[in-house]
Design a protein around this ligand. Structure first.
Ligand SMILES: Nc1ncnc2c1ncn2[C@@H]1O[C@H](COP(=O)(O)OP(=O)(O)OP(=O)(O)O)[C@@H](O)[C@H]1O
Length: 409
């Protein structure tokens, strides 16, 4: 996918080891004086990372909590040094990392702007010329001469982002911090990030939002346990991540259920057996025209009688956005005892969707929502629509452009 010649970020065999101190108790501390070497444990937060990031691309680093995303971003930004391996970059980097990084709490917002800009290589004159635009973008003019230790986290991020985007970086690194800002500010940041993309700058961002990664990133790098487990199209990366989350959730639920001996488990042999997509005449289809009818048939199976259960389903875009979802409880549908097979038939009179691929996910749940079985993307279908536009819903407006009459002026 990438060639080293056009890479602005190049990571080769990079690993990062942290030392975790273990002497917590007073006794350990006293004894620890005598046995200093035994009070810490080595821990690899990243292992053998190879990564090339091409100029002008936007790459999302995604993964579970603790998978190593922020550590990798810090290695790229030069805030941390790899224990082994090489991390190189070309061009000025502006980094928006976790709250608290970059700003000095005892300095005012104004002083921090100058300090930050000078760290990023700007002269005082250059910072003078950007200063008003930075403060204006941040929207915290009233507080610019207050010490930043009195800032709310939202105010802090506003100022940090404003500095980062005004220092003319070739590479912008953004950690999850943007989620702290309020909705209008997040939108403003997104607009600025889109502008950066249009200007051909390189962006690496850590995000937990599938929607954000889908909207912004050309490529997703999925980390798990400090290793890269997927590197490719953002759409597929999100799928990999979702499948991982679902597996983790199901495992956690199973562990919780096992931990409680009191929980009766009549559902051990109950499953989502299959999911089919049919056209209006009941024939299996993998493609429909927008506006046509569609039927989704979910077959559940249980070898022992299961009385308290519900069926659930969603239709999702490849970027994990739910187009429609329901369950039998929400829909007020009474389900029979599940023994042998039972089918849930959902008839959609019109599929008014835009062209694209859609996935059906089906679940079998206990009445408290606990998952008994789950099949992610168990069936897929494509929709073809004559409408040219963007989005999910094919709303098909009639559009006309007419001269404004005087009454509208
Ligand atoms: N300075 C440090 N000292 C010791 N361990 C650390 C340090 N920084 C990170 N770690 C550990 O390294 C692992 C990876 O952390 P990192 O912050 O990179 O994960 P992450 O994927 O960004 O997680 P999250 O989604 O929760 O932000 C974690 O287990 C974390 O506890």
């Amino acid at each position: 996918m990438t060639t080293p010649d056009v890479s602005v970020i190049r990571v080769r065999g990079a690993s990062k080891q942290f030392r975790i101190r273990k002497d917590k108790s007073l006794k350990d501390r006293v004894v620890g004086i005598m046995r200093e070497k035994r009070t810490s444990e080595e821990f690899w937060a990243l292992r053998d990372i190879d990564l090339d990031i091409e100029a002008g691309t936007t790459v999302g680093l995604v993964g579970h909590n603790g998978s190593g995303k922020s550590t990798l971003l810090k290695l790229i930004g030069g805030i941390l040094q790899p224990t082994t391996g090489i991390v190189q970059h070309r061009g000025r980097i502006a980094a928006l990392l976790e709250l608290g990084a970059g700003f000095h709490p005892d300095l005012t917002g104004r002083e921090n702007v100058y300090l930050n800009a000078s760290i990023l290589g700007l002269s005082k004159q250059q910072t003078d010329s950007y200063f008003d635009a930075i403060v204006d973008f941040s929207g915290i003019e009233r507080f610019i001469d207050a010490q930043v230790k009195f800032y709310s986290s939202g105010m802090y991020v506003r100022l940090a982002f404003a500095v980062a985007v005004h220092v003319d970086p070739e590479i912008l690194l953004v950690d999850e911090v943007l989620a702290v800002g309020d909705e209008p500010f997040q939108r403003k940041c997104m607009d600025r990030i889109h502008q950066f993309q249009a200007e051909g700058r390189t962006i690496v961002l850590v995000s937990h939002s599938a929607e954000q990664v889908g909207e912004l990133c050309h490529r997703a790098v999925v980390l798990d346990g400090g290793r890269i487990v997927f590197d490719g199209a953002a759409e597929r990366g999100i799928q990999v991540l979702r499948e991982g989350y679902e597996t983790a959730r199901v495992l956690a639920e199973a562990a919780a259920a096992n931990a409680s001996a009191a929980i009766a488990r009549p559902a051990d042999h109950a499953t989502v057996d299959r999911v089919e997509v049919l056209d209006g005449a009941g024939a299996p289809v993998d493609s429909v025209a927008s506006g046509d009818p569609l039927e989704v048939v979910i077959t559940y199976r249980s070898s022992a009688p299961l009385t308290a259960w519900r069926g659930a389903m969603t239709i999702d875009t490849p970027l994990a956005q739910v187009v429609y979802g329901t369950n039998t409880e929400l829909s007020g549908v009474e389900v029979p005892t599940l023994h042998g097979e039972c089918q849930l038939r959902l008839r959609f009179p019109r599929v008014d969707l835009m062209s694209g691929t859609y996935h059906v996910t089906a679940a079998l749940q206990a009445l408290d929502g606990t998952s008994i079985d789950w099949k992610g993307q168990a069936a897929s279908f494509t929709v073809t629509s004559p409408t040219t536009g963007v989005g999910i819903a094919d709303l098909r407006p009639s559009i006309e452009a007419v001269p404004a009459t005087s009454s509208h002026l």
